[in-house]
Write a protein that binds this ligand. Structure first.
Ligand code: NAP
Ligand code: MG
Length: 496
């Protein structure tokens, strides 16, 4: 059994992959400019104080582009533009016309899907297979889904009069840049709101490509404004008195600060925060499928997934066999260049995140946990981390309790159903959980008891615009997707 390789190469797998020829998706299909501005009122402009930030390509570590670093003055201009767009037309637009615009966005994203996928992988580091097959199609699906609701809100909210809230401030993270933008923008627009969107500082480029699509779709200026920047721009948006709603996806720490900031105001708030999802495997589970589910649950998107199944709980009798097969499966995961179509695990989003993940694993090892990582070469540049399995935990280690947000799976065992649920619930988070068993009654029994906004059975990480997504406890509140997601962007009054 291999433990942690000390350097980038190894005799066995390193050699097996030595003559591997990558199959790269062409980066020439995207144009990356040297400099990007903010998009306010349909116009691109520099930040008021001229500041910029550099977005990096995680797969190489090289700078990609300079992007405007928005501040309070820019947020103020963007909120004013969104208010004008709301008052001057968007709120009063016939719902079927709103629908038409959102359908256009969906179709244009589909038309330019390859471009979006390549840009997402370059700027964020995720494997092209995922951006091509999951992120971009799902983003288009969210616009299609919500376009369909725009003129059917009275059916979505029976017995209620549904009104838009006004201006929505939306702050998103770097793990699913375009998809999180779609989760935020599509319902807001469908419900008749206008928007100021703040992308994450490490992944602004697909939101800026989306701004091109918004112009192409001929949306009225000011309906969607994009203020790139760092946490300062996010904070300015949260504290702006002109917004009617804040929708935030990000860390629990920032989410809590936002909630404190908005306490006592009537600004509507939804928070999609961190997670520490339990992935429970009973000894009667279909073992190969469960192993695939476990791999997908934690190594999808390098584990930069709020709903990742980062805590594996296996029933004692099946643990040895499952871990044996899991290690073998991990050995076959190809960590590599994000634009390589055969890459399974791409680049870690930033050097800072790479450092955080490494620190978690080093600390666990120092505390006496066993760390397993497949050997084999990592790319010579960029930010990469091997898929990692951590066993021998007591349960009180930081790695067992806190969100790592990387390709790191901890393992604990359990004997009974009650113990499985108790261990799964022993966290301050409550976003996702997964159960693998052949027994339907056990799935229903456990799903009722698990403190999680989403519970998957014999599957993991399945996302669909029809199904509401969100957390409980310190994973936040509010839902995105489904009918529930719409109501977060509406003021409802009982129909007279
Ligand atoms: P983060 O630091 O909280 O950042 C999220 C967003 O908020 C970014 O756009 C960030 O800007 C901005 N921001 C930072 N400080 C702010 C402040 N004081 N006020 C307002 N906005 C601020 O989170 P992250 O580390 O980038 O993202 C990873 C976290 O997001 C994980 O904990 C993950 O679980 C969570 N997440 C949750 C979901 C979900 O649906 N529940 C989905 C994806 C991710 P900068 O990028 O410039 O810092
Ligand atoms: Mg980047």
């Amino acid at each position: 059994m291999a433990t942690r390789p000390s350097d980038g190469t190894n005799q066995s797998l390193g050699e097996a992959f030595a003559d591997y020829v990558p199959s790269l998706e062409g980066r020439d299909i995207v144009t990356i400019r040297e400099r990007y501005g903010l998009v306010i009122d349909g116009q691109e402009r520099e930040a008021a104080d001229g500041r910029t930030l550099t977005t990096i390509e995680p797969g190489s570590g090289a700078p990609l582009a300079e992007v405007a670093r928005g501040g309070a003055a820019d947020v103020d201009a963007a909120v004013a533009a969104a208010r004008r767009a709301f008052d001057d037309g968007w709120r009063g637009l016939a719902p079927r016309v709103r629908a038409k615009y959102i359908f256009r966005l969906a179709r244009l994203i589909q038309d330019r899907a390859r471009e979006f996928a390549v840009l997402e992988s370059i700027d964020g580091g995720k494997p092209i297979r995922e951006s091509r097959d999951i992120d971009i199609p799902l983003a288009a699906a969210h616009f299609f889904h919500h376009a369909g609701w725009a003129d059917k809100l009275e059916y979505a909210m029976p017995g209620m009069d549904a009104h838009p809230l006004g201006v929505a401030g939306q702050i998103i993270p770097w793990n699913f840049p375009l998809l999180m933008a779609a989760w935020k923008l599509a319902p807001a627009l469908a419900c008749g709101n206008t928007v100021v969107l703040k992308p994450a500082e490490t992944t602004p480029l697909t939101a800026l490509l989306l701004a091109e699509v918004v112009a192409e779709a001929d949306l009225p200026p000011g309906v969607i404004n994009i203020v790139t920047g760092d946490g300062e721009a996010g904070a300015a948006l949260v504290s702006h008195p002109g917004v009617d709603k804040i929708a935030f996806t990000g860390s629990t720490t920032v989410g809590k600060a936002i909630r404190r900031e908005l306490a006592g105001t009537d600004i509507r708030l939804t928070l999609e925060l961190g997670g520490k999802g339990a992935h429970i495997v009973f000894d009667d589970a279909a073992i190969d499928q469960a192993v695939e589910g476990i791999v997908d649950g934690i190594f999808f998107n390098q584990g930069h997934v709020c709903c990742a199944g980062s805590r594996l709980l296996v029933q004692e009798g099946a643990a040895d066999e499952i871990l044996r097969r899991l290690r073998r499966r991990m050995d076959l995961l190809r960590v590599g260049e994000p634009l390589d179509k055969n890459t399974d695990v791409g680049a870690i989003n930033s050097e800072a995140q790479l450092g955080r993940i490494g620190a978690f694993v080093d600390e666990a090892e120092a505390e006496g946990c066993e760390v397993y990582q497949p050997l084999g070469a990592l790319p010579g540049q960029g930010f990469f981390f091997r898929p990692t399995l951590v066993t021998g935990l007591g349960g009180s280690e930081r790695i067992a309790r806190e969100e790592v947000f990387g390709p790191v799976l901890t393992v604990q065992t359990f004997r009974t159903e009650d113990e499985a649920v108790a261990k799964a619930n022993a966290t301050r988070y409550g976003l996702s959980a997964g159960i693998w068993t052949e027994k339907g009654s056990r799935i229903l029994w456990a799903a009722e008891r698990l403190h999680a906004g989403v519970v998957w059975a014999n599957a993991f990480n399945q996302l669909d615009p029809v199904s509401p997504f969100g957390g409980v406890r310190e994973s936040g509140f509010g839902r995105e997707g489904g009918r529930q997601g719409l109501s977060e962007y509406l003021r409802l009054e009982p129909r007279a």
